[in-house]
Design a protein around this ligand. Structure first.
Ligand code: SF4
Length: 427
């Protein structure tokens, strides 16, 4: 009798059930995105139209994270009745005029809406159109909302890029396919990807957002868009409306994720898989070697994700497949099935997935499971640490360069460090 070869089939989580919760949530608002967007877009300025709370949030988040001359500010709108709204528009015009006189380096100005009721009553798109007429072409004025109602903090970037998408110049048609990488990446990561794409033989590629608003990439039917971040649903839709075609791919986290992301780009541009493999082999090998000690530290450890950044699924896939961690629950604020199809397929079958949040219920599940590591927002980290759990702030994963081969070990290190620290404390 021939031996029976056991075949392990793992269909991933493509069709897995998802627990949907719509209760109280613990998340930051979309204004937070200004912190990394203003670093990337070097001639842009973000003027938040909001309350003292908004000013405080942006200042305290930015004060901790950045040291450069700020390219953001808050125009504080105090309590006004409807009759005061005309004055508010005039006041906003005056603030913008003063700002642009003082800062001639600004070429792109975002009016960023917030959630206080006085701001919601103010029509910021009208204000942006009026100011644009006045200051264009020297300064382009756009608006988007960073409001905390029904958003997650990464949606601020989505809203900002979706507002900028109609401003991209039209690509001349018909032409060879051109790659457009969409989503804010740290400059160092962008430079590494540029080198890899060049080594693959890709000649026509661009990044959105670009570092300067005077060099926005073109978009059209020949554009093949490759998402670098999983939270850009509206931006992708706006670019698709301009004719761009999205390349289905997992996200470039970890050695495996980065390789598959670049392979997907290569395939969309007509490159043979072995050409891509050869070009990326040294970087991939370095990443795999650098991950080995982290795998030894993390394999078999149990991790629980609270929903916060929308990066949860790609991160969970990386931790499970490349580092051998066990996924207790993977919560995400919003699950975009299309953009995350490849990630879902790569998650181990049977992973508990949840979308949205009912924070008390989720805390109960987490306490009952006693995972080794909890990835969560700042608001939950301290109480959970006080209960003896080890946590990782999910916001740090957005502020830190984590994409690509060279960053794979740094990304793993963000998970090994808190466990190591806990071990030292226990000793
Ligand atoms: S936009 Fe809303 S949630 Fe965000 S800081 Fe301002 S008031 Fe708070």
């Amino acid at each position: 009798m021939s031996p029976v070869i056991p075949i392990h089939t793992d269909s991933g989580c493509s069709d897995a059930p998802v627990l949907r919760e719509r209760g109280q949530r613990e998340v930051f608002c979309g204004l937070t995105g200004i912190i990394w967007l203003h670093r990337k877009m070097q001639d842009a300025f973000f003027l938040v139209v909001g309350s003292r709370t908004c000013a405080h949030l942006v200042q305290s988040a930015a004060g901790v994270m950045i040291f450069a001359e700020p390219r953001f500010a808050t125009a504080i709108l105090d309590e006004r009745d409807l009759a005061g709204l005309a004055d508010a528009q005039d006041e906003l015009d005056r603030v913008v005029q003063r700002l642009l006189e003082r800062r001639p380096d600004i070429r792109l100005l975002f009016l960023v809406g917030s959630c206080p009721s006085e701001v919601i009553k103010l029509d910021l798109s009208r204000a942006a159109a009026r100011l644009n007429q006045r200051f264009n072409p020297q300064v382009r004025v756009l608006n988007y909302s960073g409001s905390g109602i029904e958003t997650t903090f990464t949606q601020g970037e989505d809203a900002c890029l979706a507002a900028l998408a109609p401003e991209l110049p039209a690509a001349p048609a018909p032409a060879e396919p051109e790659l457009l990488i969409v989503g804010t990446l740290a400059d160092v990561v962008e430079d590494q990807f540029s080198r890899l794409l060049t080594a693959m033989g890709v000649k026509r590629f661009a990044f959105f957002p670009s570092r300067r608003s005077t060099a926005l990439p073109a978009v059209g039917p020949n554009t093949r868009l490759l998402l670098a971040q999983p939270f850009l649903g509206d931006t992708a839709r706006a670019l698709e409306a301009r004719g761009a075609q999205r390349i289905p791919a997992p996200f470039p986290l970890g050695a495996e994720g980065s390789a598959a992301w670049l392979q997907a780009a290569g395939a969309a541009l007509g490159l043979a898989p072995d050409v891509v493999s050869r070009a990326i082999a040294p970087a991939r090998q370095r990443a795999e070697q650098a991950l080995a000690p982290h795998r030894a530290a993390l394999a078999g450890r149990r991790v629980f994700f609270f929903p916060d950044s929308q990066l949860e699924l790609p991160l969970a896939r990386f931790l499970a497949r490349e580092l051998g961690m066990e996924l207790v629950e993977v919560g995400t604020p919003y699950l975009h099935r299309q953009h995350l199809a490849e990630e879902l397929a790569w998650l181990p079958a049977g992973t508990a997935l949840s979308e949205g949040q009912d924070v008390e219920k989720q805390l109960d599940r987490c306490r009952a499971a006693r995972p080794d590591l909890v990835v969560c927002g700042l608001g939950l980290a301290n109480p959970l640490e006080a209960e003896g759990m080890t946590t990782k702030w999910s916001i740090e994963l957005v502020f830190t360069p984590i994409q690509g081969f060279e960053q794979a070990a740094d990304l793993a290190g963000l998970f090994t460090r808190p466990l190591h620290r806990r071990q030292l404390l226990a000793a």
